[in-house]
Write a protein that binds this ligand. Structure first.
Ligand code: UT7
Length: 335
């Protein structure tokens, strides 16, 4: 029997309509457009409507990914959603709700929690399911309504995050040149307190105290996270490129997690990447956590920059702490 590989067939994304600009934030917290731009590169971020939930955004992104893959939805046999802002914190999973909204019935569906690394984590799961022969077409989604866990009185976090979703179809192929080349994902729970949403959970079940102390909002040790992000992202990418004997100049699309322009610039410089190799969307979307990488891939696909067969290098870092990188060709059709 010939070897099976997992190929990245299509991309889709959804960006909510409402924009939260730096000028808007100036009216909400003690900050300035100048500070935000200089320290993060973010000009604006999109915020979901009050009645728009994570599965709504995920379903819209996924519908596009399915359509662009030309794979009938009846042939999808697994749906996985990466999110830390699910529709429901316990059950049902957002993947179940998305599947239902799309009319994908009787398939395995579940969520995973790996914060900003979520999309590369689900990619690793899709790869494993496909290469083992268990599944053929895996719909992977990264979707976040981060605004639902952001404290809009905390200037250290509220300027960074936005909402959105991205999705991709990962399918079995026997063509080695179409397959994911390599993927590395890792974690270190010793840094769990760098990025944490304390409640609701078994540590802090819902209570009046949780609400009074705002423990349901994301808390971040920004500067410590920043330094570790630069170090880890750089090391991770250097390792995956060296292991596969691919020089950084051969990567047309370096797609890092979009958390902060300064982090991306520092990593790009350390890898000697030219500006045109580095995909940047943080300025217009902010940090959309698990949706950040697929939204960025969608941007270059929709603008015609991402062509069939071209190499993508994904690199991400987030709460957990978690991090991951992947080296893969785009196996879908160019726009
Ligand atoms: O997606 C998962 C991974 N997440 C990240 O990678 C996020 C990483 N962290 C960051 O992007 C940056 O650390 C921030 C943008 C959050 C903060 O930038 P920084 O350069 O690390 O600033 P800092 O936290 O060291 O704070 C410097 C100063 C402080 O004032 P003092 O103590 O020097 O007087 C802060 O209070 O900047 C102040 N500050 C602000 N000033 C104006 C913090 N936030 C703001 C703000 N506007 N929004």
């Amino acid at each position: 029997m010939s070897q099976i590989y997992a190929s990245f067939r299509s991309i889709g994304a959804y960006v909510p309509e409402k924009i939260l600009s730096n000028a808007d934030l100036e009216k909400m917290v003690d900050t300035t457009d100048e500070w935000i731009l200089k320290r993060t590169g973010i000009k604006e971020r999109h915020i979901a409507a009050d009645d728009e939930v994570t599965s709504d955004m995920g379903a819209k992104a996924a519908a596009l990914a399915i359509e662009r893959s030309a794979i009938p939805k009846e042939e999808i046999d697994l749906v996985i959603c990466a999110t830390v802002t699910p529709d429901y914190f316990n059950m049902p999973s957002t993947a179940c709700i998305i599947s239902d909204k799309l009319g994908i019935n009787n398939v395995q569906a579940f969520d995973i929690s790996a914060a900003c690394s979520g999309f590369v984590y689900v990619l690793s799961i899709a790869k494993a399911f496909i290469e083992s022969g268990m599944k053929k077409n895996v719909l992977i989604i990264g979707a976040e309504k981060f605004s639902s866990i952001v404290d809009y009185t905390d200037r250290g976090t509220c300027i960074l995050f936005g909402d959105g979703a991205g999705a991709a179809m990962i399918s079995a192929t026997t063509k080695k040149e179409e397959g994911i080349i390599d993927l590395h994902a890792s974690a270190d729970g010793a840094y769990a307190d760098f990025l944490v949403t304390p409640a609701p959970g078994t540590v802090h079940p819902v209570s009046q105290q949780v609400l009074d102390e705002g423990l349901n909002f994301v808390q971040m040790k920004g500067n410590e996270t920043f330094k570790l992000a630069v170090k880890t992202l750089t090391k991770d990418v250097k390792e995956i490129l060296a292991k596969n004997e691919i020089p950084s100049e051969d990567i047309p699309h370096f797609i890092p997690h979009q958390a902060n322009y300064r982090i991306i610039k520092a990593v790009g410089d350390a890898l000697k990447m030219k500006e045109e190799q580095v995909v940047l969307t943080v300025g217009k979307y902010g940090n959309t956590s698990a949706a950040s990488i697929p939204m960025a891939i969608n941007d270059i696909w929709e603008s015609g920059r991402l062509k069939t067969g071209e190499l993508m290098l994904l690199d991400t870092f987030g709460g957990g702490l978690t991090w991951a990188s992947a080296l893969l060709p785009f196996a879908g059709k160019s726009k």
